[in-house]
Design a protein around this ligand. Structure first.
Ligand code: NAD
Length: 518
C-alpha cells in the first residue's frame, strides 16, 4: 500500500485540521501551532496537522456536554450496539490502521496490527459490558426498606494519551467510558496525530450513521498550555492520563487540587526474574520480546533482568546469540523485528543512559550504537549493571536491558521491588514454592505479576495498570469500568413508618424528651 492510497483509505490529507466532534465541526484554526507528523524510519514529514485553539477546545467541551445530556439517557445496551459498529469498522480498516501505526510511530507491522486488534477486542469487551454494569442490592436493617447501589455516568471524560500506543489506549478508555454513558474528549500525543485523526474519522462516520454524532471529540495540540487547561477544567470530572511520571505528577496535582478524579497509567521499570529451575528457552524468547519488541518503547518493556547466579553463564550466551539475529529496519518490511525510536530526543536519551551507566561501572555486553542511517535507529543493548544505580532506577524508553545476578529468591524479589515504579513483573520458574512466593503478599509489588510469561503483552480481559509511581490506575478488563461511573446508594422505604438507622429516635416521645438514641 502506498502512503497515498493509505491516506485515501483512512480519509487523511497532507495538511489537515486537528480537531472536531463530528464530521461537520472540523476546526478552521491555522494559528494555534502545527504538528508535523514524522515517519521515524526516515525522518521525513508525513503530514502537517493544525493544532486546536483554546476557543476550539471550549467549543468541543460545550458540544460534548450537550451530547452527554441525551447520550446518558440512551440505554446502555444500545450504547453498546454503537460501539459494536465501531468495532466492525475497525475490523474493516485493521490492515490500513495497523500500517499507519507502523508508519507514524515505527512499530513493526505485526505490532501495529496487534494494536488495532486490541481496539477491536476492547470494542467487543465494551459491548458485553454494556449489559453488565452491575450494582449490588443490600439488606436494610430497617423493616420495609430496600437498599441498592446504581452506577451513573460521570459526564465528559478527558483522555490524554502517550505516543507509543497511539490508538489502543484511547480505545481502552473511550469504549468503556462510552458504554458507561460518558462523552469523551481525546488529546492525543503530538507525536502521533495522524493515528488519532484516522480513528476520529472512522468514529465520526459510524456515530453519524447510528444517529449519535458528537460522542467522541478530538483535540490535537502540541501546546502544553492547552493540555494543562484541559487538566484543570472542572467540566471534566475524570482525566485519564497515560504518559511519563513527571507529567503524570503534574496532572495528579492539578486534578487533585480541584478534587476531580484521575486515572493514571504512568511509567514502568519492569523486571524478569529467572531462577535456577527456569526453562531457559522460554525465558530467552520472553526476554527478547519484552526488551527488544517495540524497540523498548512499551510501558511494560523488560528493562531489568535478574538472573540466578547459576543460570547467568547459560542464559547470557543464548541472549547474545538471539540479539545478534535481530533485524533492524523499516518496520513495514516483514522480516524486520525492530523499528526505530520515535524521534531524535529518544535517541539522545538512549545515548545519555548508556553514557551514565558506563560511568557508573556498567559493562555493555552487546549493542550500544546509534545506527548511521536516516531515521532514529539504535541497537538493542544489554548492560551488566547494578539495581541501585540511579539510571537503572529510571525508565529509559529505549531497548536497553540491565542484567544483574542474585543468590536467593528473597533477594531477587527485593531487587525487583526496589524501584519507584510498579507496573509489570515476571518470574521464570518450574518451582512451585518459588512461584507461590512470588505471587504472595510478600512477593511482587506490581500491578501485573506473570509466571513463565514476559512483562509485556497484556490481554484486555484483565485490569491493566501499576502501583507506586506508575500511578495506581486500572484500565480495560475486570471491573475497571467503575472508574468511569459514579456510584449512588439508594434506600427506598416502602412502609408506612419512618424508622431511623442505628435505632436513632428523633422527635417528641411519650415522656416528652427529644432525640433519645441508643
Ligand atoms: P509524555 O508524558 O511525554 O506525554 C504523554 C501525553 O501527555 C502526551 O499527549 C503529551 O502531549 C501530554 N502532555 C505533555 N505535557 C503535559 C502537561 N503538562 N499536562 C498534560 N498533558 C501533557 O509521554 P510519552 O513520551 O508520550 O509516552 C511515554 C511514556 O508513557 C512512558 O513513560 C511510558 O511508560 C508511559 N506509558 C504508560 C502506559 C501505561 O499504561 N502505564 C502506556 C503507554 C505509555
Amino acid at each position: 500500500m502506498t502512503t497515498q492510497s493509505l491516506f485515501k483509505r483512512l480519509g487523511l490529507a497532507l495538511e489537515q485540521p486537528g480537531g472536531c466532534y463530528s464530521s461537520t465541526t472540523w476546526i478552521r484554526t491555522t494559528d494555534a501551532g502545527v504538528m508535523e507528523s514524522q515517519n521515524p524510519s526516515t525522518g521525513t514529514v508525513l503530514a502537517r496537522v493544525y493544532g486546536c485553539s483554546d476557543a476550539d477546545y471550549n467549543t468541543f467541551v460545550t458540544g460534548l456536554q450537550q451530547t452527554h445530556t441525551s447520550w446518558r439517557m440512551v440505554p446502555a445496551p444500545k450504547r453498546g450496539e454503537v460501539i459494536r459498529r465501531i468495532g466492525q469498522a475497525l475490523r474493516e480498516h485493521k490492515d490500513a490502521l495497523g500500517t499507519l501505526v507502523s508508519l507514524e510511530v515505527g512499530k513493526i507491522k505485526a505490532e501495529g496490527d496487534g494494536e488495532v486488534q486490541e481496539m477491536i477486542d476492547m470494542a467487543d469487551f465494551a459491548v458485553g459490558l454494556s449489559r453488565m454494569l452491575y450494582g449490588q442490592t443490600m439488606h436494610s436493617e430497617r423493616v420495609h426498606h430496600r437498599m441498592y447501589e446504581q452506577w451513573h455516568p460521570l459526564g465528559v471524560v478527558g483522555v490524554i494519551t502517550a505516543f507509543n500506543f497511539p490508538v489502543a489506549v484511547w480505545a481502552w478508555n473511550a469504549f468503556v467510558a462510552a458504554v458507561a454513558g460518558n462523552t469523551v474528549l481525546w488529546k492525543p500525543s503530538p507525536k502521533a496525530p495522524l493515528c488519532a485523526l484516522a480513528v476520529q474519522q472512522l468514529c465520526n462516520r459510524v456515530l453519524e450513521e447510528a444517529g449519535y454524532p458528537g460522542v467522541f471529540a478530538l483535540c490535537a495540540t502540541d501546546r502544553v498550555a492547552l493540555a494543562e487547561k484541559m487538566v484543570g477544567d472542572e467540566r471534566l470530572p475524570l482525566i485519564s492520563f497515560t504518559g511519563s511520571v513527571p507529567v503524570g505528577r503534574r496532572v495528579a496535582a492539578t486534578v487533585g487540587h480541584r478534587l476531580g478524579r484521575t486515572l493514571l497509567e504512568l511509567s514502568g521499570n519492569n523486571a524478569i526474574i529467572v531462577d535456577e529451575t527456569a526453562d531457559l528457552e522460554l525465558a530467552t524468547r520472553a526476554i527478547m520480546f519484552g526488551a527488544v519488541g517495540t524497540a523498548g518503547q512499551r510501558c511494560t518493556s523488560t528493562r531489568r533482568l535478574i538472573v540466578h547466579e547459576s543460570q547467568y553463564g547459560k542464559l547470557l550466551p543464548r541472549l547474545l546469540s538471539a540479539y545478534a539475529q535481530v533485524t533492524i529496519g523499516d518496520p513495514l518490511q516483514p522480516n524486520v523485528l525492530m523499528g526505530p525510536l520515535i524521534d531524535g530526543q529518544a535517541v539522545a536519551r538512549y545515548r545519555a543512559a548508556l553514557d551514565e551507566v558506563t560511568k557508573e561501572g556498567g559493562e555493555v555486553l552487546c549493542g550500544g550504537r546509534v545506527l548511521d542511517r536516516p531515521g532514529y535507529f539504535v541497537e538493542p543493548t544489554i548492560v551488566r549493571a547494578q539495581n541501585h544505580w540511579n539510571i537503572v532506577q529510571q525508565e529509559t524508553f529505549a531497548p536497553i536491558l540491565y542484567v544483574m545476578t542474585y543468590r536467593t529468591l528473597d533477594e531477587a524479589i527485593q531487587m525487583q521491588n526496589a524501584v519507584p515504579q510498579g507496573l509489570s513483573s515476571a518470574l521464570f520458574t518450574t518451582h512451585l514454592r518459588h512461584s507461590e512466593a512470588f505471587l504472595s503478599a510478600a512477593g511482587s509489588d506490581c500491578g501485573i505479576a506473570n509466571l513463565n510469561i514476559g512483562t509485556s503483552g497484556a490481554e484486555i480481559g484483565g485490569a491493566f495498570g501499576g502501583e507506586k509511581t506508575t500511578g495506581g490506575g486500572r484500565e480495560a478488563g475486570s471491573d475497571a469500568w467503575k472508574a468511569y461511573m459514579r456510584r449512588q446508594t439508594t434506600t427506598i422505604n416502602w412502609g408506612a413508618e419512618l424508622p431511623l438507622a442505628q435505632g436513632v429516635t428523633f422527635g417528641p416521645t411519650e415522656g416528652g424528651a427529644n432525640g433519645a438514641s441508643h
